[in-house]
Design a protein around this ligand. Structure first.
Ligand code: COA
Ligand code: AMP
Length: 631
């Protein structure tokens, strides 16, 4: 096997050969002769002359290769007590019937289908079934409220929505159907049909003529063969937070996506077909798209679909139970999950009850992995703990320690080195490349490798403006950091208004837009403060209209409820504080970064551009009343 340095060098010196070789592991209907079409930059087209079907690659080809009886999905739901094993042969039949059902509802290749579902096997069947038909799925995370779903319905204009009667959160059942109905009421675009999985806990009311029960909808549907699509045709749209309340629909293609994910399984995660791979995330996030559904299945692994939490379902030993029971070789999750387990069971008592010797690696991503948590996990599990860095936009890791290539030394606090094709530079505000050790905007020289976003859905110009306008010739990641002399990257902060709560990406601008809609709130600022469990938490400073006569506590409670109802509980905005004024620069920009530092009790300097320094004393005093700024 090659060493990392040789592999990386080849990937950037001879881009086309590297990725044409990698493409040989995919089953193409028309194998590509060209790796990359650069003629339309920054719209790069990977494998422009290739044709394939992603569902065929994830399912049928394993059946044809004699793996039909192997588990494709192991569904383990400690929250409901359910477990199901689905073989590749069964998955082939289920995705074929699902595609036939969609076709009967009038869905054609290129049409959009929204999937708003909890973590149940039908969700994975729906994703793959769409891919089989060439329909473009858009999975919306179940923790989002109706208004967020409505925005995505209007943007993606789906013909059909797939949903379920409910999801399960510890201690409560989340009814999805009323949220779905409210979203369709609010949206301008209306889907033709909704297909609803009725779960045991709740029987949703169906609207005649529009809603169909899952099994009923499938009755008599033909089993459909995979449809051959262009490598550049969209596979899915996944919405993610930007600076405003309008989410961005990241578009992923079929060909580049399949190639990069297949490559990553062997070279980064060091697994073999037949191994059991577990990404403890949610299908609503990019980690779930890539490493619950597509990558493990494309590679021929068994994927675990886990409907539970790291703690409380029923206890902090559930991860170890799942690893031991299903013989998991690789676990991939967010650092928050391990912080929660560490807090609940610092001595690892639960671990002693399970034989986790099958586990070879733990991979972490989604947020900064703090060295304490990494060291704790390493001590407990006795396996390498690998931090890796990626984004919804890329779909796979930009930096990692490639376990299937070479075990590079781990440096705590760094997600290690660039993966093939990612040419990372640290730039100053003028776009000059900074030397090792200096902090700047982490940027990736074009072209990006396969699987990275091809555009923003319906917004080509926004795609150019958002990602390529600050630094010509580069993709702007939105993260700030530095590289050390060995090429290890350190991610320090975001350069925009995005915060990361329990591995979930949230826009403070979006939360501010909702708070501003409260009739008593004149102005507000939301900042991310450090949190020992979730990495960051949002807190809000609100200024009331002078005319407001209402009790501050009532306004705060209503504003928190407004965010829960409009964005969803996942926003986790639970603390607001009333202030007279917001600290601003002379040009009127709110000094969020300074407020965040004051709240965290870290060193800060008085911004030279501040309009009125005295305000910061008032803000400090207000933050102390809710337990921040050393209060
Ligand atoms: N449907 C409906 N509601 C949901 C939901 C879903 N799919 N997912 C989360 N929520 C709700 C939660 O019930 C919670 O509501 P509450 O504030 O009323 O209790 C709220 O959204 C916040 O959820 P979460 O951030 O998950 O916090 P938590 O306190 O419920 O759990 C952890 C804390 C650490 C156990 C949890 O954050 C976790 O498992 N994190 C792992 C991180 C992860 O998987 N990240 C994905 C990216 S890799
Ligand atoms: P998302 O698109 O939701 O996956 O969020 C991507 C963002 O999460 C990145 O831009 C980073 O800010 C952050 N992130 C993801 N992985 C890491 C990591 N390993 N270390 C630090 N930050 C990370």
């Amino acid at each position: 096997m090659q060493d990392y340095a040789a592999l990386y060098t080849q990937s950037v010196d001879d881009v086309d050969t590297f990725w044409l070789n990698a493409a040989q592991h995919i089953a193409w209907d028309t194998p590509p002769q060209t790796a990359l079409d650069r003629s339309d930059a920054p719209f790069y087209h990977w494998y422009p002359d290739g044709r394939l079907n992603t569902c065929f690659n994830a399912v049928d080809r394993h059946v044809l290769a004699g793996r039909g009886a192997q588990n494709a999905i192991i569904y383990d739901s400690p929250i409901t007590g359910a477990k199901r094993h689905i073989s590749f042969a069964e998955l082939q039949q289920q995705t074929a019937r699902f595609a036939g059902m969609l076709a009967r509802l009038g869905v054609q290749t290129g049409d959009r289908v929204i999937i708003y579902m909890p973590m149940i096997p039908e969700a994975v069947v729906a994703m793959l079934g769409c891919a089989r038909l060439g329909a473009v799925h858009s999975v919306v995370f179940g923790g989002f409220a109706a208004a967020e779903l409505a925005k995505r319905i209007d943007d993606a204009t789906p013909k059909v929505i797939i949903s379920a009667s409910c999801g399960h959160e510890p201690g409560r059942v989340v009814e999805y159907k009323p949220l779905l109905d409210a979203a369709i009421d609010q949206s301008i675009h209306k889907p033709d049909n909704c297909v609803i999985v009725q779960r045991d806990a709740v029987q949703a009311e169906l609207i005649e003529g529009r809603d169909l029960e899952w099994h009923q909808a499938h009755e008599g549907a033909a089993e459909m063969a995979p449809i051959s699509v262009h490598a550049n045709d969209p596979l899915y749209i996944l919405y993610t937070s930007g600076t405003t309340g309008q989410p961005k629909g990241v578009v992923r293609d079929n060909g580049g996506h399949a190639v990069a994910l297949h490559w990553s399984m062997r070279h980064i995660y060091d697994v073999e077909p037949g191994d059991v791979y577990w990404a403890a995330s949610d299908i609503g996030w990019v980690v779930g798209h890539s490493y619950i559904t597509y990558a493990p299945l494309i590679y021929g692994c068994t994927t675990i679909l886990f409907e539970g939490k790291p703690i409380g379902t029923p206890d902090a030993g559930v991860f170890w139970r799942v690893i031991a029971e299903h013989q998991v070789k690789v676990l991939f999750t967010a650092p928050t999950a391990f912080r929660a387990i560490k807090r609940a069971d610092p001595e690892g008592e639960f671990l002693k009850q399970h034989d986790t010797s099958c586990l070879k690696y733990l991979f972490l991503a989604g947020e900064r992995a703090d060295p304490d948590t990494i060291s704790w996990a390493e001590r407990q599990l006795g396996v390498p703990v690998i931090d890796h860095w990626w984004q919804t936009e890329t779909g796979w890791s930009i930096c990692a320690n490639p376990m299937g290539v070479e075990h590079l030394p781990v440096k705590l606090g760094s997600p290690s080195v660039a993966m093939p094709g990612y040419m990372i530079d640290i730039l100053d505000s003028q776009g000059n490349v900074l030397p090792a050790g200096e902090l700047g905007a982490i940027s990736i020289k074009l072209p990006l490798p396969p699987s990275c976003l091809v555009t923003i859905w319906g917004a080509d110009q926004a795609f150019i403006d958002k990602y390529f306008s600050s630094f010509p010739g580069y993709y702007e990641t939105g993260d700030a950091g530095y590289c050390d002399a060995d090429g290890y990257l350190y991610i320090m902060a975001r350069t925009d208004d995005v915060i990361n709560v329990a591995g979930h990406r949230l826009s403070t601008g979006q939360l501010e837009e909702v708070l501003s809609d409260h009739p008593d709130i004149a102005e507000c600022a939301v900042i991310g403060v450090a949190d020992q469990l979730k990495g960051q938490l949002p807190i809000g400073l609100i200024c009331l209209y002078p005319s407001s006569q209402r009790a501050g506590q009532d306004i705060i409670a209503e504003a928190i409820e407004l965010v829960r109802n409009r964005v969803g509980r996942v926003a986790a905005l639970n603390q607001l504080v009333i202030v007279d004024r917001l600290p601003k620069t002379r040009s009127g920009k709110v000094l969020r970064g300074t407020v965040a530092k004051i709240a965290d009790g870290t060193t800060w300097t008085m911004p030279a551009t501040i309009d009125d320094p005295v305000i910061l004393d008032e803000i400090t005093a207000a933050l102390k009343t809710i337990g921040y700024a050393g209060g």
